[in-house]
Design a protein around this ligand. Structure first.
Ligand code: NAD
Length: 246
């Protein structure tokens, strides 16, 4: 596949490369994405991550979340995550900007991970903002609803729901990185979620290149320099193996 060879060459020639990842990079670890036919939207509807729906009926979310959280805890990174960690070790990847909340890039060994949509590993009271660790959350979730020990507000995992704003400092850091990088590897994202979807164009405006790895077409295909249509685990592993030999 000439795209794989060309992608490895772009990586070898780059000085400031970053990656932007989405739910598709984690499906091979057993975590469903949102928009695939067997994804979370098809199974549970759009409301599962909508902040207004959550406010109306938090119990519906926590019924699902208690199952997902114990699954997430035991999930392992796959070859796609490991390939990006390897690139960082080789000194060829400055950071991973991720829309995922699953902690799998960190488990694979990446040191600089910008979590645009937060993490399931901590939680905050929606009323008084008291912070809770993951161990606390697991304990609180044994009840009907996780309630704050200070004010009895609802304790919500620190993941960004649709309708909420992104943590500003994280997005600003991502913008700075994307605007000063000469290459961005976009893997496993439909690029339908704003503002993460804007990040690759920031690199393009810096005269940077885009490598896109995804199973299905995206709105960025026309703008990308290289499109690798396929499975993120297989494609990223092959690209990094070739890049290492160069
Ligand atoms: P998305 O569901 O919109 O898109 C996923 C894309 O990945 C799709 O285009 C799909 O065709 C592709 N894909 C799925 N499996 C793949 C594979 N093995 N190889 C290659 N491509 C594959 O996800 P998104 O773009 O990340 O945006 C939606 C939101 O999903 C994000 O806000 C994120 O927070 C949230 N999300 C995260 C997780 C997670 O943390 N693992 C899981 C579900 C949803």
């Amino acid at each position: 596949m000439s795209e794989i060879r060309n992608a490895a060459e772009l990586i070898s020639n780059s000085v400031h490369a970053i990656a932007l990842t989405g739910a598709g990079i984690s499906t091979d670890s057993g975590i469903p994405d949102f928009r695939s036919p067997d994804g979370l939207f098809a199974k549970y509807g759009y409301d599962i991550t909508d902040i207004e729906a959550f406010r109306k009926s938090p119990y519906d979310f926590f019924k699902l979340a208690s199952r997902l959280i114990s699954k997430l805890e035991n999930t392992k990174p796959n070859a796609g995550h490991k390939a990006l960690a390897e690139l960082e070790k080789m000194g060829k990847l400055e950071a991973v900007i991720t829309q995922n909340i699953d902690n799998l890039h960190q488990k694979a060994g990446n040191k600089r991970v910008l979590e645009l949509h937060g993490t399931y590993l901590s939680a905050s009271c929606m009323n008084c903002r008291r912070k809770y660790s993951f161990e606390d959350v697991k304990e609180l979730m044994k009840g009907f609803l996780p309630l704050c020990q200070s004010c009895f507000g609802i304790v919500k995992p620190d993941v960004i729901f649709f309708g909420e704003t992104l943590p500003p400092h994280v997005f600003e850091e991502a913008e700075l990185l994307a605007g000063s990088s000469d290459l961005i590897i976009v893997a496993g994202s439909s690029l339908e979620v704003f503002p993460a979807s804007e990040i690759p164009s920031m690199t393009k405006r810096n005269d940077g290149k885009i490598i896109l790895v995804n199973a299905t077409p995206t709105v960025l295909d026309g703008e990308a320099d290289i499109v690798c249509r396929g499975n993120t685990s297989e494609v990223l592993k092959r690209i990094v193996t070739l890049a290492r030999k160069r």
